[in-house]
Design a protein around this ligand. Structure first.
Ligand code: NDP
Length: 434
């Protein structure tokens, strides 16, 4: 804490991971040798820079840009770019630290990083967004590269912003290699990247259920959110025979006892992706019940998939879900469950998957995008899907290998933390003290 004053999120993330690793390290003390833990929590490099740009009224604006290059022991730094007014050093360091473990779990050679700016894209014209992206990347470009650091999108950074940044880097470097992922299909993007996180969450749950001798078929599922992750999680859950009975957004929740159908999902996608509408508009269109201001955790379900935002399941809400019969929870969003909620699920023997494992399908498919661009070819839909499924299976197996208890139950939080840690630590140990 003395080394990192004013960084509560970073300290919280490190504390949670170290607490989960500690019993393992006691049993295997070589993982505490050579200052390994001290080195692992210290980012290899932190880059902070001025981003000056001109708004539509000719006024000069100054934002702060960041890139945290946390750990490159197993491959180039890899992680998203967040444009949001809340962005600061603590949040990006926490995300880069977590990303290092998530990327290690994917089986692909990717280190961990994260970046962004305190720029707020809300209310900015497309021209302003483009000029900001160009200004941001005109400093960042000298620190990234296909074999060094490959940023992607995150909150406030979608396909449009990635395109602007890729274009500027290409102009500055006169090169076309893979310096960003999440690109359009015509300039190096991968099929299935939009679907990957949502599909991946459901593939992971399917593995958890199979491991417990159960199946997705006929289960009732609550999904929160209605954005990218939520929509594709719903689609895949339905494909595996589940009945999805909720969605939500920041205005409230939908409860639809009849369950989602492909037609209803198409209506939701149209409203959220093209009309920028609310789930209440969706309720009106399909005749479902809208509960203003409520979260979707008060309905009897077997499976809950929080796919909206951080801290959306509190300890009390976890208790309600348990009372309503939930037996499996998998994080689609980053950190949607509070520490108290996770503790509740674990005590009630609910199967619980941390986002680090269950939402890793997105970054995995970004890894596949890097491979395709390096080979200068594009895999078809089926090929990418098959690889994504294989990766989610492998992540599940790692969690089982490192998280299985004497009674046969699996602690996926410990399993994911230890499996990621072992991979990165072994690579660091073999490369000497650097
Ligand atoms: P989107 O912006 O597409 O969707 C977010 C959804 O969450 C929207 O429905 C939004 O509602 C809702 N939401 C946001 N804030 C709140 C809130 N305070 N209360 C209730 N609902 C809220 O984002 P994504 O689907 O891409 O991302 C969702 C989560 O998944 C994030 O935590 C993200 O970091 C994580 N994630 C995403 C990956 C990806 O590949 N996209 C990969 C790994 C993790 P509204 O429309 O009202 O804003």
């Amino acid at each position: 804490a003395e080394r990192n004053p004013g960084q509560p999120e970073f300290l919280q993330a490190v504390t949670e991971v170290v607490e989960s690793l500690w019993p393992f390290i006691i049993k295997q003390p070589r993982y505490a040798e050579h200052g390994l833990l001290d080195r692992l929590v210290e980012p290899e490099r932190v880059i902070m820079f001025r981003v000056a740009w001109v708004d539509d009224h000719g006024e000069v604006k100054v934002n702060r840009g960041y890139r945290i290059q946390h750990n490159s022991a197993i491959g180039p730094y890899k992680g998203g770019t967040r444009f949001h007014p809340s962005v600061n050093l603590s949040i990006l360091k926490f995300l880069a630290f977590e990303q290092t473990f998530k990327n290690a779990l994917t089986t692909l050679p990717m280190g961990g990083g994260k970046g962004g700016s305190d720029f707020d894209p809300k209310g900015r014209s497309p021209g302003e967004v483009m000029r900001f992206c160009q200004a941001y990347v005109s400093e960042l470009f000298r620190h990234i590269g296909a074999d060094t650091d490959v940023p992607a999108g995150d909150i406030g950074v979608g396909g449009r912003e990635i395109g602007f940044m890729v274009g500027m880097v290409r102009k500055l470097t006169n090169r076309s290699d893979c310096v960003f992922t999440g690109k359009g299909l015509s300039f190096g993007g991968s099929l299935l990247r939009p679907e990957a996180t949502g599909y991946g969450v459901v593939y992971f749950v399917d593995e958890m259920l199979k491991h417990a001798g159960r199946s997705f078929d006929g289960l009732r599922v609550a999904v929160s959110g209605s954005g990218n992750v939520a929509q594709f999680a719903i689609e895949k859950a339905m494909a595996l025979g589940a009945k999805v009975v909720t969605v939500s957004d920041s205005s409230g929740s939908i409860v639809d006892e009849a369950g989602f159908t492909a037609e209803k999902l198409a209506v939701l996608a149209e409203i959220k992706n093209h009309l920028y509408g609310r789930v209440s508009d969706y309720a009106e269109r399909v005749g479902a019940k809208f509960l203003p201001g409520e979260k979707p955790w008060h309905v009897p379900v077997d499976v809950a998939l929080p796919c909206a935002t951080q801290n959306e399941i509190s300890e009390d809400e976890a208790a309600v879900l348990i009372k309503q019969g939930v037996s499996c929870v998998a994080e689609g969003a980053n950190m949607p469950c509070t520490a108290g909620a996770i503790e509740r699920f674990e005590r009630a023997k609910v199967l619980f998957a941390p986002g680090k494992a269950s939402n890793a399908g997105g970054v995995s498919t970004s890894g596949l995008e890097m491979s395709q661009q390096a080979m200068r070819l594009s895999w078809g839909h089926e090929e990418v899907d098959m690889r994504l499924q294989g990766i989610m299976k492998a992540i599940h197996q790692s969690c089982v290998d490192y998280g299985i208890a004497d009674d046969g139950s699996v602690n996926y939080v410990d399993g994911a933390n230890i499996a990621g840690f072992v991979k990165v630590s072994n690579a660091m140990q073999m490369q000497g003290v650097i």
